[in-house]
Design a protein around this ligand. Structure first.
Ligand SMILES: Cc1cc2nc3c(=O)[nH]c(=O)nc-3n(C[C@H](O)[C@H](O)[C@H](O)COP(=O)(O)OP(=O)(O)OC[C@H]3O[C@@H](n4cnc5c(N)ncnc54)[C@H](O)[C@@H]3O)c2cc1C
Length: 576
């Protein structure tokens, strides 16, 4: 058996994992990062538009205004104690990144530049505010490169292209990870005092998505199978501006810089729905409005898309502040955004739900917030919850860094005060069985076909608009697909770089997460944030101002609920 020992194991080399690893190594804790991708290929590197922090470099701003916007944007489901930490520590985090060498865009007088973004406002909703700090439209790329360099400098050990497949638990304590080496095809045991999951999102559940191929929710699914309930999985964000049919993201910064949405008649329709902040309303609202326009026959050429108009920005602004967007539109559409209107439609973008964690990034396993010793989660795979029912743009980069760093600090504390829990006798057993089963079948169902069907069901029946009957159909179809998945056969039987096997394991994760998402959405008989039920179009605080916790045993989902933490802002009607 290949056994490695490190005081702390971080699974995931995106922004959350790397910031945690940096904090751990600075705390002199022996740390290894496992990542199925080479770290700098993590999805954080695709983040375009910016990171929100109330620096007030362009105009008056305060962390308290940022907090108000985040809570209102979340449709009052976010935990306000956590949001306060998010917005206050956003400011120090951005300055720390600057000191670590991140090349932010600058104002003429040399400060970090800031721009507008959806849902971020001045003085509790009066008008849009410039809060997003950015490095052109490559903010995430710069964050990832900066943190990776710092990790190398601080001698963090990396296991690149190691795919985590299971947690190792003993007597209710998490004491390791089982990982599959993609290069060699063998299994490794990582024995440790503390494990962090920073494995990112699960957007590949849906057919049209902005998410990279690797975003299959592995960490969430592994936690679920180990008895950790997943929180608020019914809330999945659709970003309004994905390239039509492809889902490739055109950042909200396009509208932050002044771009607008237009329907078939050329009308700026968001003026009707959100008179104060118009095209910069939060994403859940704008995505719904696009579909409402389409239903009213206002889609372009009667189809299911509208236009993003960037022509009003002019060539200069596009080249300087949105160079990658310019490139994407030219490459994928053959259009020139300074001259042509760009066809867009909502694209599955961000998981608000995930592994429940407290503000120290410790995983909690029930509605009483009991800590699961030795297990931590941060970044998109976690639910703290700072985004509630709908995340504001730029707040994920804040979340992954603030809570990634906090995870590193709390793990360092924990490692210093605790010993290794001995490994169970056969930590590889269950994983070996799963892999042997997948390899042994010669004929049967194929991964690609099942995945396509799953993604279509989720897109059509568990997307922007949901109904009881649609969700019931989704449930029965997902259950059938799960059953067919048990008869999956892979054709590549080799050991080395077996992507067939990896795809199959990832699909298993997507299946479990889809089922949990559908069940939680079916149960929630109200509309809140990204979860919109046509049969229950109103928010219902009396019954539903609570987080869902979905657990799974023997393939069946059970739902529990826990309270939302409200400190400063009582729920109000959400008008923009
Ligand atoms: C196109 C796009 C643009 C975006 N723009 C913005 C923006 O401007 N501002 C903003 O705030 N947010 C933005 N977001 C959201 C934000 O980028 C992500 O939510 C965030 O970067 C997630 O970071 P993370 O560290 O949690 O995960 P990721 O960066 O996704 O990293 C996940 C890591 O986990 C590893 N991993 C996963 N599964 C396994 C496994 N089984 N075994 C081993 N390793 C594993 C991967 O290798 C990877 O290293 C954007 C998202 C997209 C898709």
């Amino acid at each position: 058996m290949n056994v490695h020992s490190f005081d702390a194991i971080v699974v995931g080399g995106g922004g959350a994992g790397l910031y945690a690893a940096l904090a751990l190594s600075q705390g002199k804790v022996s740390t290894a990062v496992l990542s199925k991708l080479y770290p700098t290929r993590s999805h954080t590197g695709a983040a375009q538009g910016g990171i929100g922090a109330a620096l007030a470099n362009r105009e008056e701003d305060h962390p308290e205004w940022h907090m108000f916007d985040t809570v209102k944007g979340s449709d009052y489901l976010a935990d306000q104690d956590a949001v306060q930490i998010l917005c206050e520590e956003a400011v120090t985090t951005v300055y720390e990144l600057e000191h670590l060498g991140l090349p932010f865009n600058r104002t003429p007088d040399g400060k970090i530049d800031q721009r507008r973004f959806g849902g971020h406002t001045k003085d509790h909703g009066k008008s849009p505010v410039q809060r997003a700090c950015f490095a052109a439209d490559r903010t995430g790329h710069m964050i990832l490169q900066t943190l990776y360099q710092q990790c190398i400098k601080n001698e963090v050990t990396f296991f690149d292209e190691f795919h985590a497949v299971d947690l190792i638990m003993k007597d209710g304590v998490c004491c390791g990870v089982v990982a599959y080496s993609i290069e060699k095809g063998d299994l490794h045991v990582f024995h440790t005092k503390a494990v962090l999951f920073a494995t990112g999102g699960s957007g590949r559940m849906f057919k049209i998505t902005s998410n990279a191929h690797a975003l299959t929710g592995d960490g969430m699914a592994i936690a679920l199978r180990n008895g950790v309930p997943l929180e608020d999985m019914e809330f999945f964000q659709f970003h309004p501006t994905g390239i039509y049919k492809m889902g490739i993201l055109l950042t909200e910064a396009c509208r932050g810089e002044g771009g607008i949405l237009r329907n078939r008649k050329g009308e700026r329709f968001m003026e009707r729905y959100a008179p104060t902040i118009k095209d910069l309303a939060p994403r859940d609202i704008v995505s719904r409005c696009i579909y409402l326009e389409v239903r009213d026959g206002n889609g372009i050429d009667g189809k299911d898309y509208v236009h993003l108009d960037l022509t009003i920005l002019g060539k200069e602004v596009i080249k300087k502040k949105l160079p990658d967007i310019d490139d994407f539109v030219r490459t994928y559409m053959g259009l020139d955004p300074s001259r042509d209107l760009v066809p867009i439609q909502p694209t599955a973008h961000y998981a608000m739900g995930g592994i429940p964690a407290n503000v120290r990034s410790e995983v909690v396993k029930d509605e009483k917030n009991t800590v699961l010793k030795g297990f931590y989660a941060a970044g998109e795979c976690a639910c703290v919850s700072v985004h509630g029912a709908n995340r504001l743009g730029t707040n994920s980069l804040v979340d992954i860094l603030v809570f990634g760093r906090r995870a590193g600090l709390s793990m360092a504390d924990y490692c210093k005060g605790s010993d290794y829990t001995p490994l169970p006798s056969d930590p590889l057993g269950p994983t070996q069985e799963t892999i042997a089963r997948l390899r042994s079948q010669n004929s049967g169902e194929r991964t690609a076909a099942l995945r396509d069907q799953l993604q279509s069901v989720m897109m059509d029946k568990c997307g922007v608009f949901r109904t009881e009957s649609g969700l019931q159909e989704a449930r029965s179809e997902v259950l059938k697909l799960k059953d067919r998945y048990s008869r999956l056969a892979i054709s590549d039987k080799s050991q080395v770089f077996n992507s067939d096997l990896l795809d199959a394991m990832e699909l298993g994760n997507l299946m479990d997460l889809s089922l949990v998402t559908v069940e939680a959405a079916l149960a929630r008989q109200e509309s809140r944030g990204a979860h919109y039920r046509e049969d229950y179009p109103k928010r219902n605080d009396a019954q539903w101002l609570k987080h869902s916790l979905a657990s799974m045993s023997h393939g069946a989902v059970r739902l529990n609920y826990k309270n939302v933490v409200i400190t400063q802002f009582q729920p109000q009607e959400r008008k923009y």
